[in-house]
Ligand binder design. Structure first.
Ligand code: SAM
Length: 251
């Protein structure tokens, strides 16, 4: 018996409300990125333009037909799973770092990772499609995703619908202010050697540290703490000196 649309919706609603129907999803691939830990990842995409990620498609989606025509779009939406925080659960209120961690907002009024269903979304720049040794990959730029993040879906960014020029961004109306970044002599020497293996490493470090990744409660207080950020397999050691972030060494 064929159900009418209304009957179908009713049956679906009954299922969801009655028994908390589970929707299971199959990730289409996962992304490798320079960000090996959460500390230092920008809070949104596009802030660190030199952060590139490579999506490797899983077997069931390892067919170039899935990406046919995608190169005509300059930007893409990635829908992904916050796999590192998914088991931490969620509560209705969170403290957005943007508000200094002192004020609470409803989870649905934020882009926090600690949310029901743990779904993230980021607009990223299209890079390239490759199909080598029968493995389909897609490179994207400007990412804010942890290495190994499962990708649930990819959709083209459609400017006429997605770009709302008069939109009001609440507490996040403007991108965060940038800090200037300097390098010690030692760090400059290390960079020179490393850039053969890690192209654009200096630009990446400048953009990442320019975001001032310190926890909100460290800002405003004077500290000589040495921080470390993991990019690729490197540990970038830095310290606040005056109003600047100074890279001390790249280990
Ligand atoms: N643009 C996405 C969104 O709005 O849904 C992510 C915003 S969220 C505030 C960005 C933060 O998510 C990053 O700074 C990083 O700490 C965290 N993150 C990125 N990938 C993650 C993952 N796979 N699991 C858990 N946290 C992740």
């Amino acid at each position: 018996m064929r159900l009418s649309n209304h009957e179908y919706n009713q049956a679906f609603a009954d299922k969801i409300h009655g028994s908390f129907m589970n929707i299971s999803m199959q990730p289409i691939g996962n992304i490798s990125t320079p960000y090996k830990e959460k500390f230092g990842i920008p809070r949104q995409p596009g802030l660190v333009k030199n952060a590139a990620g490579k999506i490797t498609f899983f077997e069931a989606f390892n067919d170039p037909n899935y990406l046919r025509g995608i190169e005509q779009f300059s930007h893409l939406w990635l829908l992904f799973y916050f796999h590192q925080t998914a088991d931490k659960g969620h509560s209705p209120l969170v403290r957005p770092p943007r508000l200094g961690g002192n004020q609470k907002l409803g989870i649905f009024a934020t882009r926090s990772t600690f949310r029901p269903n743990s779904i993230g979304m980021s607009v990223v720049e299209f890079g390239a499609v490759s199909y080598q040794n029968k493995q389909l990959c897609l490179t994207v730029k400007g990412i804010d995703l942890l290495d190994g993040t499962p990708i649930l879906d990819i959709k083209p960014y459609v400017p006429y619908a997605d770009n709302i020029s008069q939109a009001i961004g609440g507490m996040a109306q403007h991108s965060p202010e940038l800090m200037s970044v300097t390098f010690t002599k030692l760090a400059i020497e290390q960079l020179k050697k490393l850039e053969q293996h890690y192209p654009k490493l200096e630009a990446l470090i400048r953009e990442v540290l320019g975001q001032d990744p310190r926890p909100a409660y460290h800002k405003g207080s004077r500290t000589d703490k040495i921080y470390g950020i993991a990019l690729y397999d490197l540990n970038i050691q830095w310290q606040i000196v005056g109003q600047q972030n100074m890279v001390l060494a790249i280990v």
